[in-house]
Design a protein around this ligand. Structure first.
Ligand SMILES: Cc1cc2nc3c(=O)[nH]c(=O)nc-3n(C[C@H](O)[C@H](O)[C@H](O)COP(=O)(O)O)c2cc1C
Ligand code: SF4
Ligand code: SF4
Length: 280
């Protein structure tokens, strides 16, 4: 039997994870039947069984999201310093109710490290049966020249084939995926600095940065992160990506330090890494 619904949630501060999620949406929809057959007639389903859910904002993660045992839930997240974005730990409205779940780790061609098993544990704690993982590449959001342009056409073709494999495996009955829940996770990474308004005169007080920050740490009047909340910043850059005025960013010396660190990472990870499907 095919999954009744496939719900793809994506957490995408700068758009790379969303690209992977949307490619998967299209591919899952192509792999699932869009019609039902009754004796003598074929009926087109009124709505697609594949939907997406943007889980970036705190508000979205407080919105009721109930799955049922015949659903497949797909969570696409970006890897940060080999871990899951810690904002995802705060998702009170997510209820698995025994649905199957697949973790999609989107990373910038360096490494996933503990992000995958951490996200699997999160989904298990929310009542899902974790059945596997997809590892996909997107442009590195700290250093755009690493994995530049990915996911590209070849990645989209990979994701299409992967989605078809998942649907086939689901029909045959997916087993729970065995992963390590006991080894201590690596220490969380530290954002190089908190983004701030670099050009006050250009800010039009639209408030989009404060609204969208997945940690809700941007003051909605000053649009700055107060000192006592700076340690909560994940360095995700959602506030920079959403600023249409382009006045939000990291100071020049910080950018130089990030570029120097990333130059070494880039050299060590110049070979193209593949998209991977892992099932039990
Ligand atoms: C603070 C930060 C830490 C990151 N850490 C890693 C990492 O450990 N490994 C990796 O391969 N990519 C890493 N990346 C790259 C992102 O995982 C990758 O670019 C992802 O596609 C970003 O998702 P988004 O475009 O949806 O925001 C990091 C990016 C940021 C901003
Ligand atoms: S303040 Fe930090 S956590 Fe909030 S959106 Fe900006 S980079 Fe992300
Ligand atoms: S998104 Fe940019 S323009 Fe809008 S309030 Fe924030 S810093 Fe100002």
């Amino acid at each position: 039997m095919s999954p009744a619904r496939i719900v793809i949630a994506y957490f995408s501060p700068t758009g790379g994870t969303k690209k992977v999620a949307l490619a998967l949406k299209e591919s899952f929809a192509a792999a699932l039947p869009s019609t039902v057959n009754a004796p003598g007639l074929t009926l087109k389903l009124p709505t697609s069984p594949v939907t997406t859910f943007n889980c970036l904002s705190v508000k979205s993660r407080h919105k009721d999201l109930q799955l049922t045992p015949n659903d497949l839930f797909v969570l696409a997240y970006p890897v940060y310093f080999g871990r899951m974005p810690w904002a995802l730990s705060d998702w009170p409205a997510l209820q698995g109710n025994g649905a199957s779940a697949l973790v999609v780790s989107v990373y910038g061609n360096r490494a996933i490290e503990d992000g995958e098993r951490e996200t699997m544990a999160l989904l298990q704690d929310h009542g899902f049966k974790v059945v596997g993982a997809i590892e996909a590449i997107a442009e590195h959001s700290q250093e755009r020249t690493l994995a530049q342009g990915r996911p590209d056409a070849a990645d989209i073709a990979d994701l299409k084939a992967i989605a078809a494999q998942v649907v086939n495996a689901y029909r045959q009955g997916l087993k729970a995926y065995d992963f390590d829940r006991t080894t201590e996770l690596k220490a969380p990474g530290k954002a190089p600095a908190v983004p701030r308004i670099l050009e006050r005169s250009q800010c039009d007080d639209c408030g989009r940065c404060a609204l969208l920050c997945p940690m809700q740490i941007i003051n909605p009047e000053t649009f700055e992160v107060p000192e006592d909340k700076a340690a909560m910043c994940m360095g995700c850059r959602a506030c920079m990506a959403v600023c249409k005025m382009g006045c939000r960013g990291l100071p020049e010396p910080v950018l130089k330090a990030v570029a120097a660190r990333m130059a070494q990472i880039k050299t060590a990870n110049s070979a193209r890494k593949p998209n991977v499907l892992k099932l039990a």
